[in-house]
Design a protein around this ligand. Structure first.
Ligand code: ZN
Length: 213
């Protein structure tokens, strides 16, 4: 499997509170995690916004089976050409894994066709992620009915997405909200998995269960 991890890579260079957890960028931590968990059966490369064509020329997408996407403050800096190219490649069979604030990334919104807006609050709340589809391969290796992240940003419903094909995780937050945290979709020949955790000021992508998923 050939995996490309795309990260806008902006917060890490501007905010010391983010750089503390991700000194070389969220993409680097994700790449290391995937190499560690999946071994030599996968090839992992990374790409960021600042590269020519954001590091996603057609040749890279043609050699990508799964594209992981993290973005937040620079969604609007992703060019129309790259958005269309990614969306078309998904329809042709590439997997797409939008993480956390990539709910508003342009390729995801384009493929969903809805606003993809949600409720949110940054208040250092505990997140409990319930496994609601334990036979699904995405949940392989998760022990127990749920796992917890000690502090995260809250995302709450209503999350304006089309009804997911499969719901894999539901999050509960200390403030009482719940959220559809792990959702699958199909578009054309491509499969999409949205996964919620990963606010940039928390060390979420170092969490073993999050890495596993
Ligand atoms: Zn966030």
């Amino acid at each position: 499997m050939r995996i490309t991890i795309w990260n806008e890579y902006v917060h890490e260079k501007q905010n010391p509170a983010v750089a503390r957890h991700y000194p070389e960028g969220i993409h680097t931590v994700l790449a290391e995690a995937l190499r560690k968990h999946l071994g030599p059966s996968v090839s992992v490369r990374t790409a960021t916004l600042e590269h020519p064509e954001h590091g996603l020329p057609q040749s890279v997408l043609d050699e990508t089976d799964v594209l992981v996407w993290w973005g937040h403050q620079a969604h609007d800096h992703v060019s129309d050409e790259v958005v269309e190219r990614v969306a078309k490649r998904v329809l042709d069979g590439m997997g797409l894994v939008p993480l956390h604030s990539a709910h508003l990334s342009r390729p995801f919104v384009r493929l969903m066709g809805t606003s993809c807006m949600l409720r949110w609050r940054e208040a250092d709340e505990k997140e409990r992620i319930w496994v609601v589809n334990p036979s699904h391969p995405i949940t392989e290796g998760i022990d127990g009915e749920f796992f917890e992240i000690e502090r995260e940003e809250m995302y709450g419903e209503f999350f304006d997405i089309p009804p997911p094909e499969e719901l894999i995780f539901i999050s509960w937050f200390q403030g009482g909200e719940v959220f559809r945290s792990g959702c699958t979709f199909r578009r054309g020949k491509g499969k999409i998995f949205y996964f919620r955790p990963g606010h940039e000021t928390y060390p979420t992508y170092h969490h073993p269960m999050v890495q596993r998923i």
